[in-house]
Structure formats: C-alpha cells, structure tokens
Design a protein around this ligand. Structure first.
Ligand code: G
Ligand code: G
Ligand code: MN
Ligand code: NA
Length: 253
C-alpha cells in the first residue's frame, strides 16, 4: 500500500509535526497541561490525520520508532518552554498498545528525560483501556515501573472501552480523561449521570479528571458544577503547531 511505503520514509524525511492542545483549569483559569498530537505533512497528499496513519503505523510497527522520536521531541520542546519561561506544565503523549508492549519504552523515556534535562513530572503518558486487557498483572507492573521514573499515567478515552469500574481501582493511574462522546452529549440526563459517576469515583480514588472535547460554555459549566475542573477541547483551544501557541496565549490570558 502506498501510504505504508511513504510512512517508512516519513521519519527520516522529517515529515512529522507535533501539534499541542491545551488543558485548561476552569476555576484557576490557567493552562495546566498540553497534549502532543502527531501530524503528518505528506509531500503530495498534504496534511494527513492520525486517524488515517496511526492504524497503519501500528500494524506495521512503525509506531514504535515514531513514538520514540515523539518522546524525544516533546521532552526537548517542553524543556525549551520552561527555559524561555513560556510555560511550566506537563505535556502528555499518546501511547499505542504496541509501543507499550515493545519493552523499550522505559529505556527510551529515561534516555529522553536525561538528555533533555526535563524533570519527569513534566511528562505524562496517555494509555487506553485496551492496553491492559491481555495481561493485567504485567501491565500493572509495567505502569508502576513507569511511574517510578516519575512520569504520570493518564487513562485516555475513558468510558469507551471494556473496562469495569473495578479496573480503575486496580490500575496505577494518576489521571482519567472522560471520553468526548460523553461530553458532547452532556445535555442528556443519562450522559450527565454517567459523567457525574465517573467524576465522583475518580475523586474518591484520588485520580485527577480531565474532560475531553469540551466545545461549549454549557458543557464547561455543567462539568465544573459536577466537580471536574480540567478541560480540554475546542472551547479553550484546538491542537496547534508550536509557532501559533504564543498567539493563543496572548488571546486567552
Ligand atoms: O488529533 P486528533 O488529533 O485528530 O487525533 C486523532 C487520534 O490520533 C486520537 O485518537 C489521538 O489519540 C491519536 N493520536 C494522535 N497523535 C498520536 C500519537 O502520537 N500516538 C498515538 N498512538 N496516537 C496518536
Ligand atoms: O484519542 P484522543 O483523546 O487522544 O484524541 C483527541 C482527539 O480529539 C484529537 O483528534 C483532537 O483533535 C480531538 N479533539 C480535541 N478537542 C476536541 C473538541 O473539542 N471537539 C472535537 N470534535 N474533537 C476534539
Ligand atoms: Mn489523548
Ligand atoms: Na481521548
């Protein structure tokens, strides 16, 4: 397949770009994090969405070197933001199961942190519920080793997978991101009930909650009144390239 062939060369040809999407604390009214989201500037097809190329990268295994590159870039970028006093916040990276299972993740993280000089608490890993299903004990052990490095673990797209509520208690995670499908239907009483339950459970388990896909003031206000303070979504900011972040900050602060 054509895309697969091109994907093989994309890393060397420096066709990937990292966009960053803000996470905003509604009550404190300040930036509290960024999520790194991969973009592919294809030489002839233009900008290709990760929903198109991530599945191919996962099947072929290219996702492993791509993510290693991403980790290094994000650590360096975040360190630079700190040194230039642009911002002082954790940045998260999405982890495919394939990368998590590759057994090289721990070493790559350690290396990128050391070489960049970034403190580990400024790096977060977003995993999904699917990651843990195969071998739960092993997953728990691996997550603990990553946390021992000092990075924080976030459960992405929460509520869309197969995990039970008990799973949350067993998994060593620090942050839970409520999937945007709940947020975007949060005018519906049933979705409101689910969101409320997720937030209160997370609060009891001492897990931070982030709402994903917040697009409107109504959604923001409902989430805040239900006990969720950290918002991510178009209402606050879209994923953007590094050179546009300065403008966004001037406009929002
Ligand atoms: O930014 P959107 O930005 O279009 O991302 C689409 C999907 O691709 C999301 O599910 C997001 O988590 C995923 N994605 C974006 N960047 C990465 C990445 O670097 N690694 C992995 N595994 N998934 C990513
Ligand atoms: O799977 P993950 O949660 O990592 O993917 C995030 C995806 O959601 C990215 O594609 C990102 O561009 C998209 N996204 C972020 N905020 C919003 C939003 O407010 N509305 C919609 N529709 N998509 C969003
Ligand atoms: Mn994510
Ligand atoms: Na998500």
């Amino acid at each position: 397949m054509e895309l697969e062939k091109d994907l093989r060369k994309a890393l060397v040809q420096q066709e990937f770009e990292i966009y960053y999407q803000p996470k905003w604390h509604a009550a404190l009214n300040k930036l509290v994090g960024m999520e790194a989201l991969l973009r592919w500037n294809h030489p002839t097809l233009g900008l290709i969405s990760p929903t198109e190329f991530i599945p191919i990268a996962e099947e072929t295994g290219f996702i492993v070197p791509i993510t290693h590159w991403l980790i290094k870039e994000v650590c360096e970028q975040n360190k630079e933001w700190q040194e230039k006093k642009v911002m002082n916040i954790p940045v998260s990276i999405n982890m495919s199961a394939r990368v998590f299972e590759s057994q090289t993740l721990h070493a790559k993280l350690e290396e990128a942190l050391k070489e960049s000089g970034l403190e580990p608490r400024y790096l977060e890993l977003e995993i999904t519920e699917s990651i843990a299903l195969n071998d739960k004990e092993n997953t728990i052990q691996q997550l603990k080793e990553l946390q021992a490095l000092g990075v924080r673990i976030s459960m992405d797209d929460f509520g869309t997978g197969y995990s039970s509520l008990g799973y949350l208690d067993e998994m060593p995670i620090n942050i839970l991101k409520i999937d945007q499908s709940f947020i975007q239907n949060s005018s519906k009483p049933t979705k409101q009930a689910i969101i409320g339950t997720i937030i209160s459970m997370a609060n009891h388990l001492n897990i931070d909650v982030v709402a994903e896909g917040v697009e409107t003031k109504e959604q923001n206000d409902f989430l805040q009144s239900t006990g969720c303070q950290i918002m991510q979504g178009y209402y606050y900011g879209k994923p953007m390239p590094v050179h546009l972040i300065g403008d966004w900050m001037e406009q929002i602060y």
